[in-house]
Design a protein around this ligand. Structure first.
Ligand code: SAH
Ligand code: F3S
Length: 479
């Protein structure tokens, strides 16, 4: 079960990532990422842009000429982590004045010039849509000026850039398909830090997936804040489709169609996607998942609360009943599908009864995994402006614990149901605990650990008979 910060892999959070530049300028970059998958994926774009400028990466802080921190604003705690890290970097700068320190990502976008004025000593502030400008901005900092570009774009998707794969396992990769979010959930800072929703040209997505396959990758995760609202019609913002020509409308590609295009373009590649928003998930996506064996049977379907009144205050566009109907449809169309959720405890005005609705919804769904958070008020969001953050901290904590305990129980129950069955596992690498064991995942995204037989390698698909489990891991033997 993953909790607290929602991240790809806890081990990678804050990790400095390495690549070898194709042309050298003798400058070394230390690039560290925090937050969601999208940030890690963006860091790969940044690496690609700086690769062309001749930067090589280093994991030794004291060797760096440029330190870039890709930041997250989703909760107060995420920002605190970044501030602490910047304080450490500033100590370095005292002894090495030529060192350039830059902040990228959501916190850069949220605080803008304020980062230069009020926060720690940084030279460079770059928002998520301005990474192409990095070479120019670095020229400015080289000339001794500080530089800021936090312009949000209506059409930037970095579609033409080949991301430099950083610090991954060479087997699984992220492919970004949309940027931004138009949903305006009242608690969420993302629409302000990542701008309007736009979809990427499907052909560039397919090309990237094919390239990954050619390079030995066996699994892609299609990424977006809200993948189900993917819509490509040759235009920019989704909301502008009304202005599109008849031909554009007739040939538009929605998420179900995109999934099918990817599934058939790379038929032996495993395909995952995240994140789905219940209000936008149409049943065609479920039927497409059922039709193609290479689309993994796992849906991350954040609900945030089990109470219709809370969902309304959150500006989520569905009720409890509509969500449960969607769950029923998933269970009917995809009986083996695993489900996970995001849940927020103690949102503005949440009563005990509303909290109980969350627990009962969880009881109904019995999620495999969950990402659970205490509500953290974010400056500038509609909730911050209009609703008091009035659930006392101890109550938030207690409710969060109840949610986590229940999730733990359900996770174990779900994992237990996998015991005694044979699972197809994609081997990702050594298990955390031992180099005598492999770690991989089944289609439902559950981690499977089994002893090496000497006849398999990372990237292989193997069958494993599961004979035991914990709340987070299936254990077994190759058959
Ligand atoms: N659609 C996005 C959601 C990004 S935020 C995606 O791709 O996952 C991830 C999760 O963080 C949200 O689903 C929500 O559960 C949680 N979150 C967002 N804002 C929050 C806040 N202010 N306080 C606590 N949790 C929050
Ligand atoms: Fe945030 Fe809601 Fe979009 S949680 S990212 S505003 S779907």
């Amino acid at each position: 079960m993953q909790i607290e910060e929602k991240i790809i892999d806890e081990n990678r959070q804050g990790e400095a990532l390495n690549f070898q530049s194709s042309s050298q300028n003798n400058k070394k970059l230390f690039l560290e990422s925090y937050g969601c998958q999208m940030n890690f994926s963006d860091s790969e774009i940044v690496a690609s842009i700086l690769d062309k400028e001749g930067y090589t990466t280093t994991q030794q802080l004291d060797q760096a000429d440029l330190i870039l921190l890709n930041t997250c604003s989703i909760r107060e705690k995420a920002e605190q982590t970044v501030r602490k890290r910047l304080t450490q970097f500033n100590t370095l700068k005292k002894n090495k004045p030529a060192l350039t320190i830059g902040v990228l990502g959501c916190m850069a976008e949220r605080l803008k010039e304020k980062f230069l004025e009020e926060e720690h000593l940084v030279d460079l502030v770059v928002g998520p849509d301005a990474y192409r400008d990095l070479p120019n901005l670095l020229q400015e900092t080289d000339d001794g000026r500080s530089a800021v570009n936090v312009l949000l774009s209506r059409d930037e998707t970095y579609a033409d850039l080949s991301p430099v794969r950083l610090g991954g396992n060479g087997i699984t990769a992220f492919v970004s398909i949309t940027r931004g979010c138009d949903n305006m959930c009242t608690f969420c800072v993302v629409p302000f830090t990542r701008g309007r929703e736009r979809s990427r040209d499907p052909h560039s997505i397919i090309e990237e997936c094919k390239e990954l396959w050619k390079n030995g990758y066996k699994e892609v995760t299609l990424l977006g804040q809200n993948v189900d609202s993917f819509l490509w019609y040759g235009g920019g913002l989704k909301k502008d489709i009304k202005k599109a020509s008849e031909i554009q409308k007739a040939t538009a590609v929605d998420f179900a169609k995109l999934l099918e295009m990817v599934a058939t373009a790379v038929p032996d590649m495993r395909i995952r996607f995240t994140t789905s928003n219940p209000q936008d998930m149409n049943r065609n996506v479920l039927h497409t998942m059922a039709k193609y064996a290479n689309i993994c049977k796992y849906i991350h379907l954040p609900v945030q609360s089990g109470s219709t009144s809370v969902l309304k205050r959150m500006n989520r566009q569905h009720t409890r009943e509509e969500y449960l109907q969607l769950i029923d449809d998933i269970r009917t169309i995809l009986p083996d599908c695993a489900l996970s959720h995001d849940m927020i405890a103690g949102f503005c005005g949440e009563t005990e009864e509303e909290h109980q609705d969350t627990l009962s919804l969880m009881e109904y769904v019995q999620y495999d995994f969950g990402y659970m958070f205490a509500y953290s008020e974010r400056p500038g969001t509609p909730a911050h402006k209009k609703m008091p953050d009035d659930v006392p901290t101890d109550v938030k904590k207690r409710r969060l614990k109840e949610i986590m305990d229940l999730q733990q129980k359900h996770a174990f129950k779900r994992m237990t149901a996998y015991v005694g069955k044979v699972h197809e596992v994609l081997i990702e690498g050594d298990s955390k605990k031992s180099n005598q064991e492999w770690m991989g995942r089944n289609t439902q995204n559950a981690v499977v650990v089994f002893p090496k037989t000497g006849e398999e390698k990372p990237g292989d698909f193997v069958n494993v008979l599961v004979n035991n489990c914990t709340t987070a891991t299936l254990l077994g033997n190759r058959v």
